[in-house]
Write a protein that binds this ligand. Structure first.
Ligand code: C5P
Length: 218
């Protein structure tokens, strides 16, 4: 099957700190896809809830998402553990998810013309946001590896944090994300499972590239 004019849609779901973001970024660069880290949108809303509590209302959040420029999501303030935990709490709320839904769909199905397609990562991308994606992946790693990676990332950002507290919050977030009623994290039957625990970033990238190249001739 050749994709020449048609856009390529890549959907990735993963638990926290499994390396999905890094992979999605390198895939997007390689195949020239619009990349959206959907967790960052929930993090942005969580950041507002923590820091501008009086603005945390539907009207304001709607306006924020409507005018959202993806580039502004690359903000180190959104990376803290506190913001991640709050994001996983507000992400359980159907009305919050509904606010974010159309924005994600639009990125996935209508990327700007200069891109060959889109690549989104999150928790419900493979079955809710892009159910007809051309490629679906479930990226995971054991919880200790994920906590170690997140701990190192946060340390680099000079955040005061311990490995134990990161491990605890990742376990809590897993529990929230896998068990919630609305849009839980799950691996769909049609997603390819990639366990990154023992793989380098490059090895993960090549593994996925091999799968995608079979179908793509750009
Ligand atoms: O991916 P990240 O860890 O930055 O996401 C933060 C939180 O946002 C997750 O723990 C999850 O609860 C929520 N999220 C979600 N659906 C998505 C992406 C993220 O519920 N598509």
């Amino acid at each position: 099957m050749k994709y020449k004019k048609k856009i390529i849609k890549v959907a990735i779901d993963s638990p926290a700190a499994a390396g999905a973001g890094t992979l999605a970024k390198s895939l997007s660069k390689h195949y020239n896809l619009l990349y959206l880290d959907t967790g960052k949108i929930y993090r942005m809303l969580a950041f507002i809830k923590i820091n501008q509590k009086n603005k945390f209302n539907k009207k304001f959040l709607k306006m924020k998402i409507k005018n959202l420029d993806i580039k502004t999501l690359n903000n180190n303030n959104l990376l803290s553990d506190e913001v991640g935990t709050e994001a996983s709490l507000i992400a359980k709320d159907r009305s919050i998810r509904n606010l974010v839904y159309a924005f994600q769909k639009n990125c996935a199905y209508n990327p700007p013309k200069n891109f060959n397609g889109s690549c989104l990562d999150g928790r419900d991308i493979t079955y809710k946001i892009i159910p007809d994606a051309d490629f679906k992946f479930f990226i995971t790693a054991n919880v200790q590896t994920r906590a170690r990676r997140r701990f190192n990332e946060l340390k680099k950002l000079k955040k005061k944090i311990t490995y134990t507290s990161v491990l605890k919050s990742i376990k809590k977030r897993d529990k929230n994300d896998y068990n919630r009623r609305i849009s839980p994290l799950k691996k769909t039957k049609d997603s390819v499972l990639i366990n990154t625990s023992k793989l380098s970033k490059r090895a993960c990238f090549l593994k996925i590239k091999k799968i995608m190249d079979v179908k793509i001739k750009i």
